[in-house]
Design a protein around this ligand. Structure first.
Ligand code: SF4
Ligand code: SF4
Length: 434
């Protein structure tokens, strides 16, 4: 791939009119560079074009018609994890998330990706993710591959290595037998005196690969006196769509979830996935120009809570047992950087008796980032290996986190590094304690 940056003669924006970054967003960047050391892709590659500052500069150049919206630009934007580490580090208040999402929407609209890539993306984002029925049938096929011996055969014969997909295969989540979709429409009562009533998002990929985590979340809430409803008409949260530039599809998911879950009956709308929570908290921004949904989106956002945030708010019922193990907590980017939630998960771990040991740079990205570890596998593994060096320094028995994507990635990282540490969600440890 060529990385020359064509300079155009009569500058006309290379972004189409409508949804694109605004001058106000670009101009917040004063090029100080204070974000660079916090950017995982800059740390891994050392190139300015793969830093937050460099990416913002390129966006502006494309918008000003001085740089083509072509391979080079798309490559540097595709390499961005969307981890928001830069947003936290920036003293100037750059809203990098908004810049990135609208730039990716421009790329989807104006850049012709290769046919196969386009077809796969369209099928995944437009057909599979928005439909729990299609997701369920796809997951059943993957489970058959995993359980029938085909996967073991492909691994042991070296076929996966030959095809160059061994790393990707190692990152594919284990599909569970009973999906969370079976719980749609159900209500799980609180144990003892009822202290609250919540709607819970079960998630798309989480429903097939982390259904047991969803059940553990319901049990933990019940033990805390919270009644849990799983609204039937809920949908995927739209995070993967929004991060890939499919903003209209993300809006469609947002509207479905608002219709399904915004009700006076619920004290909160709870999720155990940091990525989903961060996106649901963005619904007001996503739908600000929709006259029918703008106000309801604000009300929805006011009720969204990460599970750790919600338990901290209502106060944890003391557990029956202690988890007397050495635990290090890895902040999911979409919890720490996008939602500013760092203390509650650590407090929950301490409340169940865990010995919490802080690794250096606990809030640096693990390289998971939705489907990033699949589509940018090599770079993702480089970022993961650095993260695992920090983990190794504190010799944990358990690596706890609060996002399903991070769990898969950290488990792969522990295996690569030969670490004998279990990777769990904070909620799973709470479940053990109850
Ligand atoms: S979102 Fe993450 S990867 Fe992208 S520029 Fe910011 S820090 Fe770097
Ligand atoms: S820290 Fe903020 S203002 Fe400074 S270069 Fe990075 S994005 Fe720009």
């Amino acid at each position: 791939m060529s990385f020359e940056t064509p300079v155009l003669e009569n500058p006309v924006s290379n972004f189409s009119p409508g949804e694109k970054p605004t001058w106000e967003l670009y101009s917040k960047c004063v090029h100080c560079g204070l974000c660079l050391d916090n950017c995982p892709t800059y740390r891994a590659l050392g190139t300015e074009m793969d830093s937050p500052r460099g990416r913002i500069y390129q966006m502006l150049q494309v918008d000003a018609g001085r740089l083509a919206l072509a391979d080079s630009f798309v490559t540097h934007i595709d390499r961005c994890l969307g981890c928001m580490n830069c947003q936290t580090a920036c003293p100037s208040g750059v809203q990098y998330g908004h810049l990135l999402e609208s730039t990716r929407a421009q790329i989807e609209e104006n850049y012709p990706r290769p046919w196969l890539q386009r077809t796969i993306r369209k099928h995944f984002y437009a057909k599979v993710l928005p439909s729990f029925a299609k997701l369920s049938s796809t997951a059943k096929l993957v489970r058959f591959y995993q359980q029938s011996g085909l996967q073991s055969l492909a691994r042991s014969t070296g076929l996966l290595k030959l095809l160059g997909v061994a790393e990707l295969d190692a990152l594919s989540p284990r599909i569970e037998k009973d999906f969370s979709f079976a719980d749609l429409g159900k209500v799980f009562p609180a144990e003892g005196t009822r202290r609250g009533r919540v709607a819970m998002l079960i998630g798309c990929v989480a429903s097939v690969a982390f259904a047991e985590l969803n059940r553990a979340t319901i049990r933990v809430l019940a033990c805390n006196g919270i009644e849990v409803c799983i609204p039937k008409a809920q949908s995927c949260c739209g995070a993967l769509h929004a991060h890939a530039g499919w903003l209209e599809l993300a809006r469609a998911q947002a509207r479905k979830n608002i219709d399904a879950m915004l009700s006076r009956e619920f004290d909160a709308i709870v999720t155990n996935a940091a990525g989903c929570g961060a996106t649901m908290k963005e619904y007001a921004a996503l739908l600000e120009h929709d006259p029918e949904y703008a106000e309801r989106a604000k009300q929805f956002v006011a009720k969204v809570r990460d599970i750790s945030e919600y338990l901290a708010e209502v106060g944890l019922v003391p557990p029956k047992r202690k988890v007397n193990q050495r635990v290090t907590y890895s902040d999911p980017c979409h919890l720490a950087h996008a939602q500013g939630i760092r203390k509650p998960p650590r407090e929950l771990l301490k409340a169940i008796g865990a010995e919490v040991v802080e690794m250096p740079r606990a809030d640096t990205c693990c390289g998971s980032a939705g489907v990033y570890n699949i589509v940018q596998n090599e770079l993702s593994m480089k970022i993961l290996d650095e993260k695992m060096e920090f983990v190794e320094m504190v010799e944990p028995q358990i690596i706890a986190t609060a996002n399903v994507g991070c769990m898969i990635q950290l488990a792969a990282g522990a295996k690569r590094k030969g670490l004998n540490a279990e990777v769990v969600h904070v909620v799973e440890l709470l479940d053990r304690a109850y």
